[in-house]
Write a protein that binds this ligand. Structure first.
Ligand SMILES: C[S@@+](CC[C@H](N)C(=O)[O-])C[C@H]1O[C@@H](n2cnc3c(N)ncnc32)[C@H](O)[C@@H]1O
Length: 269
C-alpha cells in the first residue's frame, strides 16, 4: 500500500480524490468515479485530515462532471487533438472520457504526485504522464505541436503565482495552432478568504492567483477569447440533489460575492 507523504498544494489532490470516492460510494453517484474509490482503498493516507466531510463530495463530483462534459464537447469536434491535463493529481479523467485514437493526452503534475499515479493507474494508448511543475517551460518542449490543444486544469490555477500562470498560458497559445483552456479559478475575494477554506487549510496550502472575470484572462495573450464563464453554483447538477442541499445552493446564489467566488472558464484562441 503506497504511503502518501504530501504537503501543501500537492496534498490538496487527496481531498478531491477522496471527494470523488465518497461520491462513488454514495447511493446516487453524480460522477461515479470508481477508479477514485479503488485508489483511495489502495493508498495509505489519513482521509479525515483532508478536511473533506460528508456532503462535500457533491462539489467535487459536479466540478469533475462539468469539466468532463466540456472535455467531451471539445474532443467531439476535434477528434485529432492534444490534451494537456495540468495539475492532474490522481484524477482518472482520461479513463472516464476515454478519448479516441486521434487524441494524445498528457497528464502533468509534480514528480511525487506522478510517482503515485504510476503505481495506481494502468497505461493507455496515446496517454503519457509528465513529472514536472507545470510552470517549468521545459516539459512543453517535448510535447508535439501541430494539433489543436485542449488544456484542462481543475483546481490548479489558484495555486500558481499569477505571473507564472499567465506565462504558462502564453507559452501554450504561442505553441499551438488553436485550442481551448477549460479550468476553474477563484476570485481575488476567494483568495483573500482562504483562511476559511477548510481543504486549503487542512493541506497547509496557499492560494495565490485570483481572477475577476474574462477581461483578466483575455489580456494574457492576443487572440485569447472568453467563450464561457459559469459560476460554480450555476453549473448543471444541483437540481439532482436533495431538498436541503438545493435550498442551501439557492440561498448562496443570492450573495453575488459567493456566486462569483469560484468560476469555470472556457477560453478559446
Ligand atoms: C486541488 S488538486 C487538484 C488535482 C486534480 N486536478 C483533481 O481535480 O483531483 C491541485 C493539484 O495541482 C497540482 N499542482 C499545484 N501546483 C502545481 C504546479 N506548479 N505544477 C504541477 N502541479 C501543480 C498539485 O500537485 C495537485 O495535484
Amino acid at each position: 500500500m503506497p504511503k502518501v507523504r504530501l504537503t501543501g498544494e500537492r496534498a490538496t489532490m487527496l481531498a478531491t480524490l477522496y471527494g470523488r470516492a465518497l461520491d462513488a460510494r454514495s447511493p446516487r453517484p453524480l460522477l461515479n468515479d470508481t477508479m477514485a474509490l479503488d485508489a483511495v482503498e489502495q493508498l495509505d493516507f489519513d482521509a479525515a485530515a483532508t478536511g473533506v466531510r460528508r456532503g462535500d463530495h457533491v462539489t467535487f463530483a459536479l466540478r469533475g462532471r462539468h469539466l468532463d462534459s466540456w472535455t467531451r464537447e471539445f474532443l467531439a469536434s476535434h477528434p485529432a487533438a492534444t490534451v494537456l491535463h495540468l495539475g492532474c493529481g490522481l484524477d482518472s479523467r482520461v479513463y472516464r472520457v476515454a478519448p479516441g485514437p486521434g487524441v494524445r493526452w498528457f497528464d502533468v503534475d509534480y514528480p511525487d504526485v506522478i510517482d503515485l499515479r504510476r503505481q495506481l493507474y494502468p497505461p493507455r494508448d496515446g496517454y503519457q504522464m509528465i513529472a514536472s511543475s507545470v510552470t517549468d517551460p521545459a516539459w512543453l518542449e517535448d510535447v508535439p505541436t501541430g494539433l489543436p490543444v485542449l488544456v484542462v486544469a481543475e483546481g490548479l490555477t489558484m495555486y500558481l503565482e499569477e505571473a507564472d500562470g499567465r506565462a504558462l498560458f502564453r507559452r501554450i497559445v504561442d505553441r499551438f495552432p488553436h485550442g481551448q483552456f477549460i479550468f476553474d479559478a477563484f476570485s481575488t475575494r476567494g483568495i483573500k478568504l482562504q483562511k476559511i477554506n477548510k481543504i486549503v487549510r487542512a493541506a497547509g496550502a496557499t492560494l495565490r492567483w485570483g481572477v475577476d472575470g474574462c477581461s483578466d484572462l483575455e489580456s494574457i495573450a492576443p487572440g485569447l477569447r472568453c467563450a464561457s464563464a459559469v459560476g460554480a453554483l450555476d453549473i448543471d447538477g444541483y437540481d439532482e440533489l436533495g431538498a436541503g442541499y438545493r435550498t442551501l445552493v439557492r440561498a448562496a446564489r443570492l450573495l453575488p460575492f459567493l456566486r462569483r467566488m469560484s468560476v469555470y472558464y472556457r477560453l478559446e484562441f
